[in-house]
Design a protein around this ligand. Structure first.
Ligand code: OGA
Ligand code: MN
Length: 215
């Protein structure tokens, strides 16, 4: 795989979802072969490189196993499949910036491995005016996920405790949402659960999140 890839991928469904409700769930965002290659890439990492995930403000990272118990590893482009995924996200970023003027600058992402019983309690990925994280992506890598495996992602509206979306972490499914607007949690699973969580960031944390029409 080459670092300079032209993607045929059509991002219009994602653009529509972000411009509308601010969230979308996209089964088969990537195909089974790419999901398997990413899963294999994660599985072949030296185990000591997967470390307890940090929470909190960007400068004051701390681990807190009462809030989350998964292990993560940043994706920096060390392998061809990592570079391919980063390039795919760059082309999504360009589409979002072109069509929604979101001003997204960079993208950071990590593998996350939840072993049986691991969880991530209800949280927001970004607080308005205090974070550069603007748009969250979560991509799942798990083959043949069953309802009895648990591990769903529950997504809530900002002001309510009613579940808005319940997402099965099946290989190829992408979830994409405005980072400041959707509290969410990961329920404990009965088997290993792999994902790639990522964030498109902006330069200025107090800029408005979407500029759909001139004021
Ligand atoms: C996160 C997160 C959800 C998931 O890493 O912030 O909410 O389903 N991940 O892996
Ligand atoms: Mn999150």
């Amino acid at each position: 795989m080459n670092a300079v890839v032209q993607f045929e991928q059509d991002f219009s469904n994602i653009i529509e979802a972000i411009a509308g409700p601010g969230i979308g769930i996209f089964p088969h965002f990537i195909d089974a072969g790419l999901a398997a290659a990413l899963r294999h890439d994660l599985a072949t990492l030296p185990p000591e490189e997967l470390t307890p995930a940090a929470i909190g403000r960007e400068q004051h990272q701390q681990t807190n196993e009462r809030i989350r118990s998964d292990k993560t590893r940043w994706i920096e482009g060390d392998t061809p499949v990592q570079r391919y995924y980063l390039a795919l996200m760059t082309s999504l970023k360009q589409a979002l910036n072109r069509q929604l003027f979101m001003g997204l600058k960079d993208y950071e992402c990590h593998y996350a491995l939840y072993q049986a019983g691991d969880f991530y309690k209800k949280h927001l990925d970004a607080f308005r005016g205090r974070s550069n994280r603007r748009l969250t992506t979560v991509l799942y890598l798990n083959d043949d996920w069953q309802a009895s495996d648990g591990g769903e992602l529950l997504v809530y509206p900002l002001q309510s405790k009613t579940v808005l979306h319940r997402v099965t972490p099946e290989a190829g499914t992408l979830v994409c949402f405005l980072s400041e607007d959707f509290p969410h949690e990961v329920l404990p699973a009965a088997r290993d659960r792999a994902s790639i969580a990522g964030w498109f960031r902006i330069d200025d944390p107090i800029a408005p999140s979407l500029q759909l029409s001139p004021t």
